[in-house]
Design a protein. Structure first.
Length: 613
């Protein structure tokens, strides 16, 4: 049944549309044979996804023979052809591409694919790339297969029977490899990976994209437990975590105990790993990328990247201005599925600036010509090297402030000025977010109090409404003890002023309880710098439910540490004499009582120089 030579003049006709296999399953030798023996063929449309090849058929020397129409722009040859008008880009969700073939929107005259040799039952495996190859093979009028003994046999829904293939061409060739991205000396990408890892709970199921950011995230997950994979792509880093037992798929709620994917790209070691591996299932894109199927995985964390993000949360990921760069891919499929998943988290991650540091990738508005791939409603988290912006359920005002907080510091003031022009942020919002480097690399600390998890972090400008809710949660007794009065209101403007703090001079910390995108402030501690004395005045308030559990003491300890690092000479506080619990907190922190000029007040002071001696 196999042939050593193909007569392309009898298989194809000029003007037809053909599909070529994807990713590491691109049948390069088969296409080379077509080019060499095309004879009088011309104007053949090639439809394709990304291929791990030089894509030479998209070069100008072959433009009379081929016109490329790609769903995903991968590689400089195709990118140049698209942006010079010699090739087309068709934006489409990967989950929908199979329907374009089967419904006759893009009918296929032929599919050129690569498969393994047939087993004893007559079935060939599509191996490392099932994705849309399966749909193309089923929809095309003619299927031409390069039979490659180096193609791994993968399980799932990856098989075609011999009678589903019209022409065979045996040719052994090593599969193209994708070297793992290097993270050496790339502190920005490593920091982004750390932040993403903090969003991943034990027992979560992951979807990852390709590139350094996803690689960094996976490498920071080595201490996690019971992770699963439901992802259109798997890489060497997934293999390494599975071999370590970190990925075991035990907690998956859809296809438990099995990785679900549609293609893999990586090293030969990865291709050997998936060969005859019953723990990895390769399925078509319409199945893997279906948002409904994605959502059947509880705690699905979808990790994807972007080119730029505007301050409302719109994601640009396939174009740089008018220049098309990549494609929609599976980003929307998985972002939507993750948002529907119980405990799911759609995550977009990107460096805060371009590689040269001259252009912010968090922008006030999308540049002319660029297109939105993922809408403001799809994304829950945006991650840069400066932190995690939580967008779900946030107003435009809150989104803008969250995203400015994770922008590069040198662009924050400009971004705030831009959004104030459109009244997205009110005119009384003056202070741009300032980091608190003393809180460490990730900018916050995890706390465990009576088996409950909390974060100790700075107050953010986007906490305005949460601080307002915190104020209105207090009883009259708490307000009296904290303010020596009973304030009756906390306006948005007043709340905005309280969260808009120059953290490089003053300090405002809080302890929050966070579950996904739901955040509630439990305690606030702040100090106000007194420049004339090189000192600061300290104050606290704790939600009644958590009073007596040590939160005020934790905040005080952190502020004492930061005050020392900032070389302050002393700290002071005024506490009502009736507020014995708060007096006790300060005295346990080393503060000493001093005479006070205010009746009913106790003045406490901590000499930081004395403490240092």
């Amino acid at each position: 049944m196999t042939k050593t030579k193909l007569d392309w003049s009898k298989i194809l006709k000029s003007g037809q549309r053909i599909f070529i296999g994807s990713h590491a399953a691109v049948p390069t030798a088969l296409i080379d044979d077509l080019i060499e023996n095309a004879k009088n063929l011309h104007d053949i449309e090639i439809v394709q996804l990304m291929t791990l090849s030089d894509n030479k058929w998209a070069g100008p020397q072959y433009q009379q023979l081929f016109k490329v129409n790609t769903f995903f722009i991968g590689g400089d040859t195709v990118r140049t052809a698209v942006n010079e008008g010699r090739a087309d880009y068709t934006p489409s969700f990967i989950s929908d591409i199979p329907n374009l073939f089967s419904n006759g929107i893009l009918p296929l005259d032929a599919a050129l694919i690569m498969v393994s040799p047939a087993d004893k039952y007559g079935y060939h495996s599509m191996g490392v790339s099932v994705d849309v190859v399966a749909a193309a093979a089923k929809s095309a009028n003619t299927v031409i297969a390069q039979v490659n003994p180096n193609m791994p046999v993968t399980y799932g829904q990856s098989f075609l029977h011999t009678n589903q293939i019209d022409h065979f061409w045996e040719h052994a060739a090593p599969l193209p490899e994708l070297p793992p991205p290097s993270l050496e000396n790339n502190k920005i990408i490593e920091r982004i990976g750390q932040y993403i890892a903090l969003l991943v709970e034990n027992g979560a199921t992951l979807q990852i994209g390709v590139g350094t950011i996803c690689a960094a995230a996976l490498r920071y997950l080595s201490n996690h437990k019971d992770l699963g994979i439901h992802s259109e792509l798997i890489t060497d880093d997934v293999m390494h975590l599975m071999l370590k037992g970190v990925i075991n798929n035990r907690k998956k709620t859809f296809h438990p105990n099995k990785i679900v994917t549609s293609f893999c790209m990586g090293s030969k070691a990865l291709y050997d790993f998936v060969d005859h591996n019953p723990h990895v299932g390769f399925y078509p894109s319409e199945y893997v990328n279906s948002p409904a199927n994605v959502a059947r995985n509880d705690k699905l964390v979808a990790i994807n990247s972007a080119i730029e993000v505007d301050l409302t949360g719109q994601i640009v990921s396939d174009s740089i201005g008018h220049q098309f760069y990549s494609g929609i891919g599976g980003q929307v499929d998985f972002s939507r599925g993750a948002s529907l998943s119980k405990g799911g988290k759609p995550v977009i991650a990107l460096p805060s600036t371009t590689e040269d540091g001259k252009v912010s990738r968090i922008v006030p508005f999308i540049r002319e010509g660029a297109g939105v791939v993922t809408t403001r409603g799809h994304v829950h988290y945006v991650v840069t090297e400066f932190g995690v912006a939580s967008l779900r359920g946030k107003s435009i005002r809150e989104r803008a402030l969250e995203l400015i907080r994770v922008a590069h510091p040198k662009f924050r003031s400009h971004l705030l000025q831009e959004v104030r022009k459109h009244y997205w942020v009110p005119n009384y919002q003056q202070q741009t977010p300032v980091d608190v480097p003393e809180l460490g690399d990730i900018g916050f600390k995890k706390l465990k109090i009576n088996n409950e998890s909390f974060d100790l972090r700075p107050l953010y400008p986007s906490d305005e409404r949460r601080l307002q809710e915190f104020f209105y949660s207090h009883t009259k007794e708490t307000l009296q003890l904290r303010y020596n009065a009973v304030p009756t209101n906390m306006t948005r403007e007043k709340s905005c002023n309280l969260v808009s703090v120059d953290q490089s001079k003053d300090l405002a910390l809080c302890i929050v309880r966070q579950k996904g995108s739901a955040v509630q402030i439990q305690a606030v501690g702040r100090y106000y710098f007194i420049e004339s004395q090189n000192s600061c005045e300290v104050a606290f308030v704790t939600r009644e439910k958590y009073q007596g559990r040590g939160m005020a003491g934790m905040l005080l300890d952190e502020m004492i540490r930061i005050a020392k690092e900032r070389k302050l000479d002393s700290m002071q506080a005024y506490v009502l004499a009736a507020n014995k619990p708060m007096l006790s907190v300060f005295e346990r922190g080393g503060f000493k009582r001093l005479p006070s000029e205010e009746p009913g007040d106790v003045l406490l002071k901590l000499d930081l120089n004395e403490d240092a001696d």
